[in-house]
Every structure is written in C-alpha cells, then in structure tokens.
Design a protein around this ligand. Structure first.
Ligand code: FE
Length: 334
C-alpha cells in the first residue's frame, strides 16, 4: 500500500512542473504598473507570476542569493541600473526572433542581457508665458547665454542628468561636453535641487523659465490637484542634439543568471515586448512603447512627436563615469 502510494506520488511529481508553471520577478517598478501585465500574461499562458517589489538592493540581493535565487526576471528603469546589473554578473544574455523584432536595436543590449520595454524622453519644460516654443531647439543651445538665469534642474549627479551628460560626451567628446556643462551651469537660476516636478513648480512660481525633466512627469502632475497648475503653466518641448534626436532612457527587463524557470521567463519577455503589452505598460506611467506600430496614449501623443536619439544606450552607460567626473569637475551642484 505504502509503495503504491509512493509510486503514485512519483507519477504526480513528474507531472508537477506542467501544473505548477510559474515565473518569479524582482521589480523596482511599482505594483500598479506591473499588475495589468502580469494578469494578462497569466491569463494567456496559465503561468503564475510571483513578484517581489524592492526599493533598493536588487543586485546585491541577487548576488547574495547566488545560484539559489528564485528570481527569473528583473524589472527596472534607467540604463544605469540595467548596465549595473550586467556588470555585476547577475544577468544572462537572451536572444529570440520575437524580441529582436519588437525592440529596436538602440533599446536592447547588443549582447541580449537587457531588453527595453518603454522609453521616456528627457525634455524641456518651458513657461507658456515667458518662452516662445521656437526658442527651444537643441540640448547644445541650453549653454547659450540667452538662457542666463533662466534654467532650473535637478542635481547633476542624479542618474537622469548623468545619462544626458553621457549623451553629450558621446556626440561631442569630453572637452566640448565640459564646456557645455559649464555653460548650462552658468545659466542656472538656482543651485540644482529637488526632483523633476519641483523644477516645473519653480517655473510656475516665476523662479526660472525652462527646466529639464522626463516626459511622464507631465502626466503625473496632471493627475494631482495641486500640481495641475504647475503642469498647465508649461509647454513640453522636445530638444534634439545638433546631429541626432531627442535623448531618451528606458524601462527594461533582464533575465537573471540563475533563472530557475528559464523557459517561462523567456515566454514572459516575449509577451512583454509585444506592441500590445508595451502599450499597456507605457500607459500606466505615461511612457512610450517602442515596438514597431505601437502607439502612446493620446494624452502623451499630444505633447508632441519626436525622433529618439538612436545611440545604443549601452554606449551611454559606458560613459557614465566620465559624465559623473565632468559633473564634479565643473562643480555643477555647487
Ligand atoms: Fe522618474
């Protein structure tokens, strides 16, 4: 009897993987952003999704867990965080025709360690009253003395600023980038402080005329009764580099080096990169989907259209340290 039960259990456990299909995510992104996607994925595939939300220490946790980590996929924003995970050795390269078809070359690691899902542009918020939209042209122009005492921005050491400075280095070399950064510093209305929304508030309050910020904050401010007035006092303007498009950054996904549910994880990556899934993910945070043929929601589209700089973001990640050094050399926050 016991033996028969044991063999029955053995038969069940052989069948078990098919019954207990799952995939485990570690995410820096908030639960409400992921929920619509994980629900849709489970509905389509029957694969259960378990999510651990983290505020910090994602890479450290993966390193500490090593090969025993339950995590299959990591979700985060910003190329600096994705590149840091790759450098730490906690990711593995992934290739598939579906991923390549859905994610433009600039927005995935050439070696396949991370794949972008949505973009956000780093743009100029400009006072409706005091700035003619035609005045805002290029990132290079932000160093022009015509902006003296008129620009507000967050800290030079913030990843968003560092990525932009890295892009300036990529397009112009370190020396010109330094001159540019000094020029921008010379045009600041106040020392760098606060987040992207705080700069728009400062424009609304008349402290400065333009600021640098990510596009999705326009949507976030419009959601908030206090911040609506700030949002309505500015235009969203899309500068470009002199010889390239508008600076963007991404949200992305990477497979962990130890992924215990590799097949399910790949299935989820392929699902997430479909235009439809990207649109759902983008809508939740007023971002841009990147799959061919996919579209942002109307509110986001109404801010204007733009060509994204097609520099591979891994090239910018490689210039991060140089960018931070420039920020310190010109004492940007001082
Ligand atoms: Fe942000």
């Amino acid at each position: 009897m016991f033996l028969r039960l044991a063999s029955a259990l053995a038969a069940i456990s052989i069948a078990a993987p098919a019954l207990a299909q799952e995939v485990n995510l570690y995410s820096y992104r908030q639960p409400e952003l992921l929920k619509p996607l994980t629900d849709a994925f489970t509905e389509e595939t029957g694969i259960k999704v378990n999510v651990a939300f983290l505020n910090k220490g994602l890479v450290e946790r993966l390193k500490a867990e090593g090969r025993r980590s339950p995590a299959d996929l990591i979700f985060t924003v910003d190329i600096s965080r994705l590149a840091a995970a790759v450098e730490a050795g906690v990711t593995q390269p992934v290739e598939s025709p579906a991923l390549s078809a859905n994610v433009p070359a600039a927005f995935h690691d050439p070696e396949g360690h991370w794949w972008g899902l949505t973009t956000r542009a780093r743009i100029v918020y400009a006072s409706k009253d005091r700035v003619d939209p035609a005045e805002v042209t290029t990132y290079e122009d932000l160093a022009d003395p015509k902006w003296q005492g008129r620009i507000c921005t967050r800290s030079g050491t913030h990843p968003y600023t560092v990525a932009l400075v890295a892009a300036v280095i990529h397009h112009h070399g370190e020396e010109e980038a330094k001159t540019w950064l000094q020029g921008v510093k010379g045009n600041l209305a106040r020392k760098p402080q606060g987040n992207d929304r705080a700069q728009v508030k400062a424009i609304w309050a008349g402290e400065c005329d333009i600021s640098l910020g990510n596009t999705y904050y326009m949507g976030k401010m419009l959601e908030d009764t206090e911040q609506q007035d700030w949002a309505n006092s500015v235009n969203v303007l899309f500068p470009t580099f002199e010889n390239a498009g508008t600076h963007v950054n991404i949200s992305g996904v990477a497979m962990t080096a130890s992924a215990p549910n590799r097949d399910n994880a790949l299935k989820m990556m392929e699902f997430l990169t479909t235009g439809k899934a990207q649109e759902v993910y983008a809508e939740a945070n007023y971002e841009y989907p990147i799959a061919p043929g996919s579209e942002a929601i109307d509110l986001v589209k109404n801010w204007g259209s733009f060509e994204a700089d097609d520099t591979n973001l891994m090239d910018l990640a490689a210039l991060r340290e140089a960018a931070l050094r420039l920020v310190e050399e010109v004492d940007f926050d001082g």
